[in-house]
Ligand binder design. Structure first.
Ligand code: ATP
Length: 324
């Protein structure tokens, strides 16, 4: 039995459309499944938490097989609901706007082909799981529902603090995203928001501590992306060569480089060539602690819940069981 989670709203309705193409394939093959549609922010987490609590408790050797249709954010909300990662296998069909996980995994473009691969997968691929802890919290995202946001969040692609998270935060609450997505110009949303956020961004100080040992002080920084996969933000190869099985988080730290030069450096990140600019540096560690001089937005896989001035990021090696 497969439990299918569909975010019908991903890429402004593409999730629902792709599901309508895949459902007949499952029916024709007489595959047993139950499908659930997310209704809004945090509903996916609740759906998965309910499923994983009830089904895993009922039988001690039960393996929950999920198939998730959505973007990286849908996958992120799914992770927050999983109670035992050793007993949950995830098949993922990208229907979002950015799809950075799918890009790195080199998933086929055709959703039917991805579904076939998931159904025939007998040995899940083990992937690293990131875990972010907010050691301090400040302002909350307007996209969140009532209740205190969790102080710990898992991520499968990346987490970022500063400019990249501010872009995600604004995109989450932007009314134009839906309109531009429907017109097929989804990328323009991020481009226009990114330009605005770049103009607004104040560079603040940050201390990076790697594996409780090495300290790097950045008197001014724009953003720090901590990544399991290579891509973030819809194709920016911020961490070329990042290996999703090595137990390490790769870091792209954009420090004190002039804003006009960022405009030149950022496009080179599509091919991972941004490290030739002075002020952009890379590191890797299995544990990272970041302290910033003022609270800034933080994202996990593009989802933003809070601002923080103190976060800890760890990597749990090969904790995610993926059906590919
Ligand atoms: N029915 C729904 N209506 C509106 N939003 C939803 C619904 N179900 C889930 N969501 C929200 O959708 C977001 C996840 O979207 P996701 O990132 O997967 O796709 P996307 O926004 O199209 O892609 P991207 O983030 O790559 O631009 C989450 O914030 C989740 O809370």
């Amino acid at each position: 039995m497969y439990y299918i989670i569909v975010n019908p709203a991903s890429k402004s309705g593409r999730g629902a459309k792709i599901w309508s193409e895949l459902q007949p394939v499952l029916d024709k093959k007489e595959i047993a499944y139950k499908v659930f549609f997310s209704k809004g922010v945090e509903h996916i987490t609740k759906l998965v938490r309910d499923l994983s609590t009830s089904l895993l408790k009922a039988e001690s050797d039960f393996i929950l097989k999920l198939i998730v249709l959505g973007g990286d954010g849908t996958l992120n909300e799914t992770l927050q609901g999983i109670s035992d990662f050793n007993r949950v296998q995830i098949g993922y069909i990208p229907t979002g706007s950015s799809n950075d996980m799918a890009r790195d995994l080199g998933l086929p473009r055709n959703p039917c082909e991805i579904l076939e691969n998931i159904l025939s997968c007998t040995e899940p691929v083990l992937m690293d799981l990131g875990c972010l802890t907010y050691d301090q919290t400040a302002g909350r995202s307007g996209g969140q529902t009532d209740g205190q946001p969790a102080l710990k969040r898992y991520f499968s692609v990346s987490t970022g603090i500063g400019f990249d998270a501010a872009v995600c935060q604004e995109a989450l609450v932007s009314r134009f995203k839906n309109i531009l997505n429907k017109l097929g110009f989804g990328k323009l949303t991020y481009l226009s928001i990114a330009l605005k956020q770049l103009l607004l961004a104040r560079k603040v100080a940050c201390t990076i501590t790697l594996d409780d040992e090495r300290q790097i002080n950045l008197p001014k920084f724009l953003f720090i992306a901590s990544m399991i996969h290579q891509y973030e933000g819809g194709g920016f190869k911020f961490c070329p060569g990042a290996d999703f099985r090595d137990g390490l988080i790769d870091i792209c730290a954009v420090g004190n480089i002039p804003k006009w030069l960022i405009l030149i450096a950022l496009p080179t990140a599509f091919s991972g060539e941004h490290y030739r600019f002075e002020g952009i540096d890379r590191y890797s560690a299995s544990k990272i602690h970041l302290e910033t001089s003022v609270p800034l937005w933080v994202h996990t896989d593009g989802e933003v819940t809070m601002k923080s001035s103190s976060i800890t990021i760890t990597c749990e090696q090969k904790k995610l069981h993926f059906l590919i």
